[in-house]
Ligand binder design. Structure first.
Ligand code: CP
Length: 351
C-alpha cells in the first residue's frame, strides 16, 4: 500500500477519495471500529506500508464474514445499492471471480469490463476508461498489464481503486489472502523465525513481490525468506531485494532446493514461470520445467510445511500433491473470497 498512491491502512498521510478529503486518517493505534477502519474509502495498490493493525482488522473481518456465510448460512445485504466495477485488462479467473462473488455475496452489483468488448478496443486511454467507471460505480478493481498503471489510475479518480495486479509489479490483494492463509495454516504460535521459501519466478511473480513486502512489515525480524530460482533470469528484482534488506528483512537466494532449505522451510510458496512476460520463446523454454513439486519432494518437507501457490499452475506442482494435507493452494484460493469480501466491505465502509 503506498501512501503516495492514496492507499494507506498504514495510517500515514494518504490521498483519500476526494469527497472525504476532509476526514483525518485514523491512527493505526486506534481500536478497530466497524464504522471507520484504516481501510475506509482508500485505494489499495501496494502492500508497501500496510500496518499490522490494518491486517488484523481485515483478517478479523474475513473470519467474521466466513462464519456468517459458512456456519450461519446468512444472506448478507451490506452492499445493497453499491456497485463494483471490475476492469480486467489481463486474463484472470480467481481474482476477477472472487471479487465478483465477494460483492454479490454482500448483495451488491457488479460491472464487468474486458478489453475486447469495451471502448478499450477503440483505443480509449486507461484514465478515460477509469474516469468513466467512476461515474457508475462505488469502487473499481483494476488489473492491467503495465507496472505502475494501477497507481496512475487510482490518482485519476475520486472513488477507491483496488489493484488486481499491475504487470510484473504487485498483486496486493493476493498478498493479503496469502498472509491470511499462512496464519490459518501454520501451527500457532508461529515459529520464532518463520522460513518462507519462494520457488519459481521471483522476477515476474508479482505475488512474490507483494507478499515479500507484506511479510517484511507483518513479521518484521521473525521471518526469513529464501528465493529459489533455478534460472538466473528469474531472480528477485535487485532493487526490490535491496529495498527489503534495507527494511531489515532476512533473505537469501538459491539456485536449487538445497537440503537445508527444504528441511527448514515452513511455507513453500510456488509460482509459475510466467510465459506471457518473456520477450523470447527460447528464454521461456530454458526456464520452463526446471522445478516441480512432486510426492518425492513432499517427503522431504516438514510435516507442518504449508505448500502454497497463487494459481494458475502449469506443471510446477504435480497433481498427485493435491491430496497431501499440506497442499493448501485450493484453501488459499477459497480464502481469497473472504479476504476480498472483507476488503471491499472495509473500503466501502459497509461492514
Ligand atoms: N492468483 C491469481 O491472480 O489468479 P488469476 O490470474 O486467475 O486471477
Amino acid at each position: 500500500m503506498s501512501a503516495s498512491s492514496g492507499a494507506s491502512p498504514s495510517g500515514s498521510p494518504a490521498k483519500r477519495s476526494k469527497p472525504h478529503a476532509q476526514q483525518a486518517a485514523p491512527s493505526p493505534k486506534a481500536p478497530p471500529s466497524s464504522l471507520s477502519t484504516p481501510w475506509a474509502r482508500h485505494s489499495f495498490i501496494s502492500t508497501e506500508n500496510v500496518s499490522v493493525e490494518a491486517c488484523e482488522v481485515l483478517f478479523a473481518k474475513a473470519d467474521e464474514l466466513r462464519d456468517k456465510i459458512e456456519n450461519r448460512k446468512q444472506v448478507l445485504k451490506n452492499a445493497e445499492g453499491k456497485i463494483l466495477a471490475l476492469c480486467f485488462l489481463e486474463p484472470s479467473t480467481r481474482t476477477m471471480c472472487s471479487f465478483s462473488a465477494a460483492m454479490q455475496r454482500m448483495g451488491g452489483g457488479v460491472l464487468n469490463i474486458t478489453p475486447s468488448d469495451s471502448s478499450v478496443a477503440k483505443g480509449e486511454t486507461l484514465q478515460d476508461t477509469i474516469k468513466c467507471l467512476s461515474c457508475y460505480a462505488d469502487a473499481i478493481v483494476l488489473r492491467h498489464p503495465v507496472k505502475g498503471s494501477t497507481k496512475l489510475a487510482a490518482e485519476a479518480v475520486d472513488i477507491p481503486l483496488i489493484s488486481a495486479g499491475d504487470g510484473v509489479g504487485e498483486h496486493p490483494t493476493q498478498a493479503l489472502l496469502d498472509l491470511y492463509t499462512i496464519l490459518r495454516e501454520q501451527p500457532s504460535p508461529l515459529p520464532e523465525t518463520l522460513h518462507v521459501t519462494f520457488l519459481g519466478d521471483a522476477k515476474n511473480g508479482r505475488t512474490v513481490h507483494s507478499l515479500a513486502r507484506l511479510l517484511t512489515t507483518y513479521l518484521s525480524k521473525r521471518v526469513h525468506i529464501s528465493y529459489v530460482c533455478p534460472v538466473q533470469s528469474l531472480r528477485m528484482p535487485r532493487e526490490l531485494f535491496d529495498e527489503l534488506s534495507r527494511l531489515g528483512l532476512s533473505q537469501s537466494e538459491h539456485d536449487s532446493l538445497d537440503a537445508d532449505v527444504v528441511q527448514s522451510t515452513d511455507v513453500l510458496y510456488v509460482t509459475r514461470v510466467q510465459k506471457e512476460r518473456f520477450e523470447s520463446a527460447d528464454d521461456y523454454l530454458k526456464a520452463k520445467g526446471t522445478f516441480v513439486v512432486n510426492p518425492a519432494l513432499m517427503t522431504r518437507l516438514k510435516p507442518t510445511c504449508t505448500v502454497m501457490h497463487p494459481l494458475p499452475r502449469v506443471d510446477e506442482i504435480d497433481v498427485q500433491v493435491d491430496s497431501d494435507p499440506r497442499a493448501a493452494y485450493f484453501r488459499q484460493m477459497k480464502n481469497g473470497l473472504y479476504v476480498r469480501m472483507a476488503l471491499l466491505g472495509l473500503v466501502l465502509d459497509i461492514v
